[in-house]
Design a binder for this molecule. Structure first.
Ligand code: ZN
Length: 55
């Protein structure tokens, strides 16, 4: 299973893929903090994270 997060903040092109949902959560939180100077709550994080199957 692969987890993918696409940032929807403004024109941000940030896209993250990982096989670990913990890692996605950690890196997305770091991204939002560093790039957008803000925070993301767990609900938005879960909503923004897709589970994808790579063929
Ligand atoms: Zn972003």
């Amino acid at each position: 299973m692969t987890y993918q997060y696409e940032c929807s903040e403004g024109s941000c092109q940030f896209l993250l893929r990982s096989s670990s949902s913990d890692e996605v959560e950690r890196l997305v939180r770091a991204h939002v903090r560093m790039v957008h100077n803000g925070r993301i709550d767990s609900t938005d994080l879960k909503r923004g994270t897709d589970r994808i199957e790579l063929a």
